[in-house]
Design a protein around this ligand. Structure first.
Ligand code: NDP
Length: 449
């Protein structure tokens, strides 16, 4: 077989109709993967623009008046003060603890998807323990009035910058490491033959060091648990300044706490998500996990903490009840849709899975579910996520647009993700995917898109 400029990539053999042990075998084909995000130029621009945007946005939220005109003042900030060694040490210690938590000998040992080279990796799903340890640590810091709680709120911009620096360092190390691993360990982007694109998308699919699966551990722990700790720091500071935690800040923190605890409770469900099964570990995921998620997703809490200490606003009870109801609707759709698909994928032959309407794809144990939530729209879990995001921002009132960035960004992200996922599903399942799209014509919003 001639080598193409894009290398040789292993794929699962697809046998339509007959299912034998041959179905699990792999063959090598020459492939030219489609470059996502605008290829080299898009990946290069995003690598520079996303960190700059994040720093500006966090700095903006930190202002008493987070209006667009305040951006003009951000230019007068002393750039040297943005990076401090102290903030970097804190971020590095946090990152190290989250990685080490993978080694705690407690939790479920769960097999992942079969890899292109035919092997199956096992994952230590003990993220919930890490969350509990982090919450106990926060409680101890609060009771003993350790200064770190105020430090996080006051130095949130410096912590953001330190996390960005750490994600760059991690991505460079991952890129260097990926140059010496076998080709079968690479993601699609690893076959692109393009250094900038490979750096951004991630070349190695499952980097592991000292028994720690780096991509799996970073996926939820430093980002999601860090996000909850920042929310809690905002509540603690709000309590210190005003003698109570405002109902809207309480709602946002409790709802986000539930969302985060849920993700760690069902940690093994991420083994069937695109990030784990398809993406390499590069700058996109490292920056997302270490910087973007914790410092952007806490935006409503940081906004409310600042707003409440300067211009407290009473949120009407009926509005709060409506927001709780909106959140619950989003959560139920999100959780039950994810569970439905995860059970269907992980136990394809049990009674509840076989009783559901589905479409054969020709790939062993990979029928397409077109029943329940997945018979309603093709990405019901995305819809639930978006509904929850809007409930959090609506709790921030209508005076400023800054706290609405997250739900609108999530809409764009999940629309692009749905399109990417559908291109990949079409490549995997061909006509079976087309049949599914005919059966379930809408992607995220029934009757609209
Ligand atoms: P999914 O969990 O929906 O995974 C997509 C995969 O599921 C597909 O590639 C396909 O893989 C399988 N699949 C799709 N349709 C069907 C079907 N009808 N029947 C059976 N299998 C199907 O997507 P993501 O990994 O993108 O997201 C996971 C969760 O994370 C979502 O709830 C999402 O909202 C959330 N998320 C949140 C983000 C945030 O920033 N808040 C960002 C990204 C995601 P295969 O056939 O190979 O099994």
């Amino acid at each position: 077989m001639a080598d193409s400029p894009y290398g040789r990539r292993p794929i699962h053999t697809i046998k339509l109709g007959r299912q034998t042990s041959e179905d699990d075998k792999l063959r090598y084909v020459d492939v030219k993967p489609k470059l996502e995000f605008g290829g080299t130029i898009g990946a290069g621009l995003l690598t520079v623009a996303l960190p700059l945007f994040l720093v500006a946005y966090v700095a903006l939220l930190h202002r008493t008046e987070p209006t667009l005109t305040a951006i003009a003042n951000i230019r007068s900030v002393d750039l040297k003060s943005l990076f401090t060694f102290e903030a970097f040490l804190i971020v590095f210690a946090w990152f190290s603890c989250s990685l080490l938590s993978y080694l705690i000998p407690y939790g479920r040992n769960v097999p992942g998807r079969r890899l292109p080279d035919g092997s199956v990796l096992h994952y230590n799903c003990n993220g919930l323990i890490f969350l509990l340890i982090a919450l106990v640590g926060f409680e101890v810091a609060y009771i003993f009035n350790v200064q770190v709680i105020d430090y996080v709120v006051v130095n949130i911009v410096q912590l953001t910058v330190a996390s960005i620096v750490l994600s760059f360092v991690l991505s460079v190390l991952l890129f260097i490491r990926s140059l010496s691993v076998p080709k079968s360990a690479l993601s699609d982007a690893g076959y692109s033959g393009n250094a900038i694109y490979g750096f951004f998308m991630g070349r190695e699919l499952n980097p592991r060091i000292f028994g720690i699966d780096l991509k799996f551990t970073c996926e939820l722990r430093p980002g999601l648990v860090g996000w909850l700790l920042i929310d809690l720091c905002a509540c603690a500071v709000n309590f210190k300044q005003t003698g109570s935690v405002s109902p809207s800040l309480f709602f946002v923190t409790a709802a986000q706490g539930l969302y985060i605890a849920d993700a760690l409770w069902f940690e093994e469900a991420i083994l069937s998500t695109t990030d784990i099964t398809c993406e390499g570990f590069g700058f996109m995921l490292a920056f997302g996990d270490l910087a973007w998620v914790p410092f952007l997703y806490c935006s409503q809490a940081i906004f409310l903490m600042n707003a409440e200490s300067h211009t407290p606003q009473a949120i009407p009870h009926w509005f709060l009840i409506a927001l709780i109801a909106l959140f619950v609707v989003g959560y139920v759709i999100f959780r039950s849709a994810n569970l439905q698909k995860n059970n269907f994928r992980s136990q394809p032959n049990n009674a509840s899975s076989t009783a559901m309407k589905s479409i054969a794809t020709g790939v062993k144990d990979r029928r397409l579910l077109c029943d329940g939530w997945w018979g309603w729209v093709r990405h019901p879990n995305y819809l639930g996520d978006i509904i929850m995001a809007f409930s959090w921002s609506l709790a921030c009132g209508f005076r400023y647009t800054a706290p609405y960035f997250y739900p609108f960004y999530l809409c764009v992200l999940l629309v692009l993700r749905a399109e990417r996922d559908e291109r990949s599903s079409l490549r995997k399942y061909g006509s079976a995917w087309t049949t599914y799209c005919q059966e379930v014509p809408y992607r995220i919003i029934p009757g609209i898109w």
